[in-house]
Design a binder for this molecule. Structure first.
Ligand SMILES: N[C@@H](CCC(=O)N[C@@H](CS)C(=O)NCC(=O)O)C(=O)O
Length: 206
């Protein structure tokens, strides 16, 4: 299998962090240069109709896009270590937290960076300072709320590491491009990120 990714991009990193936690080693990682538009080539668009990374290309040529779908496929192929839930309730619980992290934390962080950092103007062709500002504010509100949650347990969805931690960390690390990382005002969020750094997922370059 081949996994198409790009440096710094948070969605492919969700997949590569997931692969690292699973300890899967038979996936060839193919790196595309987004600022140079490699993902917009006709050949790549056949794999990913919206010209996005990540894409997982199976050995028979079938392709999966959407980072969460790729993770779900890898979870089914490699059930251990479990990252998406073992029984119906736990699967739904982890999905709930993962969607909260994706939609309410990582998404605003990504939009803040994409609309606020001039380096990304080649990708986000209509950068808008208001979009950056609104999403920064939403992300900071969520960071504060999450800091409170992480004061009650070690990991986002409970007492063990799951895909929800990966999703939140990808967004948070991307925001380093806006020079933001949790400081003294968010000690639980900072401690949680330090715990991730000690794990296989934490070895995947941001
Ligand atoms: N919902 C998709 C989003 C994928 C996505 O937005 N990928 C970004 C990189 S993080 C991308 O390929 N951007 C290229 C572009 O917008 O031109 C997923 O989770 O995989």
């Amino acid at each position: 299998m081949k996994l198409y990714v790009a440096p710094y991009a948070p969605n492919p990193r969700r997949a590569t962090m997931f692969v690292a936690e699973k300890g899967v080693s038979d996936i060839e990682v193919v790196t595309l240069n987004l600022p140079e538009g490699e993902h917009r080539s006709e050949a790549y668009r056949k794999k990913s109709p919206f010209s996005q990374v990540p894409t997982l290309e199976l050995d028979d040529g079938r392709c999966l896009t959407e980072s969460r779908a790729i993770c779900a496929y890898l979870e089914a192929l490699h059930p251990e270590p479990n990252l998406m839930g073992r029984d119906p309730f736990e699967r739904a619980w982890i999905e709930m937290w993962d969607r909260r992290m994706e939609l309410m934390f990582t998404m605003p962080l990504m939009l803040w960076v994409r609309h606020g950092n001039p380096v990304l103007a080649a990708i986000e062709r209509n950068q808008n300072a208001d979009v950056a500002q609104i999403n920064q504010a939403q992300a900071m509100r969520m960071a504060k709320w999450l800091d409170g949650e992480l004061g009650t347990r070690a990991w986002v969805a409970g007492d063990r590491f799951t895909i929800a931690d990966i999703t939140a960390a990808c967004g948070m690390d991307f925001a380093k491009m806006m020079k933001w990382r949790p400081g003294d005002d968010l000690p639980n969020l900072r401690g949680w990120r330090e715990r991730i750094a000690a794990r296989p997922a934490g070895q995947v370059a941001a």
